[in-house]
Write a protein that binds this ligand. Sequence first.
Ligand code: 13P
Ligand code: SF4
Length: 309
Amino acid sequence: MSKTGGGKNTLALVETIRKRAKEKNAIILAHNYQIDEIQDVADFVGDSLELSRKAAETPAEVIVFCGVYFMAETAKILSPQKTVLIPDPKAGCPMADMITVDELRAFKAKYPGRPVVAYVNTSAAVKAEVDICCTSANAVHIVESVDSDEILFVPDKCLASYVAKKTSKKIIPYPGFCPTHHRIQPEQILKLKEQHPDAVVVAHPECTCEVVELADYVSSTSGMLRIVKENPACKFIVVTEMGILHRMKQENPGKQFYAPSEHAVCPNMKKITLEKLAWSLEDMEHKVLLPADIIEKARASIERMIAVS
Ligand code: 13P
Ligand code: SF4
């Protein structure tokens, strides 16, 4: 049952979406940064790792992925026999676009012999040429699992620097970053801390080092949700994309949340709307299609990650 509070049109759209999803034997997966209405209509809302697992396990014939393109590609890689749809194929991830296959090859050539760990925020073609993937939920654990003292880490320099502090291995970072998380400034957190000295600071590791250093806890989006739920504190400074606040507020009605920057909004995540989701299910568009060899090679690096997570 949807918790969407919108008007008549919204309720009608939600009903249409649920009806079509049932007719088409489709599961609707949504990332924690999706707009509130999409989170409410979805069958499952989660972080990148949880969504990959769901995509791999679901008995549904169709996966409608409400997130950014690399996430839908990951679902297709893990369930190639299924139809994977993304309601807006232009919902890309600028960080994932910061490394192309040619750039990856040049980076590897500069540091020969070192294994490559790729954040899942990469294209399928890049995943096909790395040793193992990771998400923000398991990055430290994955790096620890790799049998080498020196590791190339692509494309997020911030996640790389967070991991480097948690391991004795030498991490060689690629200079990519998330433009949305980079909008959050340390001064904004310091100001909120001054106003709410009893608040717990939870941050995503895509934030800059200066911001991450101010956090009490650093975790993936779903990890942040778990920390807030389990921590007895009443006030939290939430340092990531604004979309996470929807579930946080729903799951913790008695707690208060403060976001350091209202500009921390990922415009690509917000491209998925109820209308586009309804059309997607109606027309069975837009299908995520990948060459068989890319699927096979990229799947190996994602499955290695899932096996050690
Ligand atoms: P999570 O895996 O933590 O949900 O992060 C994905 C992402 O793109 C954050 O910007
Ligand atoms: Fe990409 Fe950043 Fe948006 Fe996540 S929040 S999808 S890393 S641009």
